[in-house]
Design a protein around this ligand. Structure first.
Ligand code: 5GP
Length: 238
């Protein structure tokens, strides 16, 4: 697939047009960013590790019946994806309390959340991705009620697929963020699923193995991503 003009440059990925208007090339860069782009660093192997990680998870989700934008790996740092009309909201599911939930509500870090929590955030860096609810989405017409229902159902379904997958490999899927878009009248999972957008803890030690290592300056960021990948059986070139 010949890569065309740059369509969009995000904080960690660049998206390119192709000769087919229905598909895009997603390039995973080595850039790592946190706090809405305030902290940015290049970490060796990151683009490749996340590209392979995402491909593995997207394929697992596809096998389990979740429609995603992912088509195939193209190279170490590139994947081919369907071009979606993205819905500007982030869907977050939380199995364990941590991060912004604890800051906002003062609840104990590490608390098991039963039933599992779901939150919507508006995708807007300038506003620091504020939390929103179904009513904001309806009033501002970011998505229809049916799309809201589908996004919730799909985000929870991802939990039922991935929670046991991580647990079987000795890890807890603490929380994660998903983004969806429209394609031929359907809602598809878009963006990525990598340790950049989820939290993963070792089941025994509760050691953080995700982007919190970067956010909190814990070191060994990509080494930890690779440990997660290795435990899941994801093969990443040396
Ligand atoms: P929190 O709301 O606690 O900051 O994040 C909840 C979960 O969603 C975490 O797994 C976090 O990595 C993910 N998340 C929330 N917002 C973003 C975002 O803007 N970018 C990325 N990469 N992940 C996010």
């Amino acid at each position: 697939m010949k890569t065309g003009a740059e369509l969009y440059r995000g904080k960690a990925k660049t998206v390119y047009l192709t000769e087919d208007p229905k598909v895009l090339v997603m390039h995973y860069r080595d850039d790592t960013s946190a706090f809405d782009g305030v902290k940015v660093e290049k970490l060796a192997r990151k683009g490749m590790v996340n590209n392979y990680f995402n491909a593995f998870i997207m394929n697992k989700l596809k096998e389990a019946g979740i429609a995603t934008h992912f088509e195939k790996l193209l190279s170490a740092q590139e994947s081919l994806v369907k071009r979606l009309d993205m819905i500007p909201v982030e869907c977050v599911v939380r199995n364990i309390a941590t991060g912004s939930l604890c800051r906002r509500l003062g609840v104990q870090d590490g608390l098991e959340l039963k039933p599992t929590l779901f939150e919507f955030f508006l995708k807007n860096d300038e506003l620091h991705d504020p939390m929103i609810n179904d009513y904001h989405i309806r009033t501002f017409k970011w998505a229809t009620d049916d799309e809201v229902a589908q996004m919730k159902e799909l985000t929870f379904k991802v939990n039922t697929i991935l929670q046991p997958l991580f647990l079987a490999a000795g890890m807890i899927l603490v929380d994660y963020k998903l983004e969806f878009g429209r394609y031929d009248g359907k809602i598809l999972l878009g963006d990525e699923f990598t340790p950049d957008g989820c939290r993963i803890w070792d089941v025994e030690t509760k050691e953080k193995l995700d982007k919190d290592r970067f956010r909190k300056d814990l070191g060994n960021v990509i080494e930890s991503y690779e440990i997660v990948a290795h435990r899941l059986g994801i093969e990443i070139p040396a």
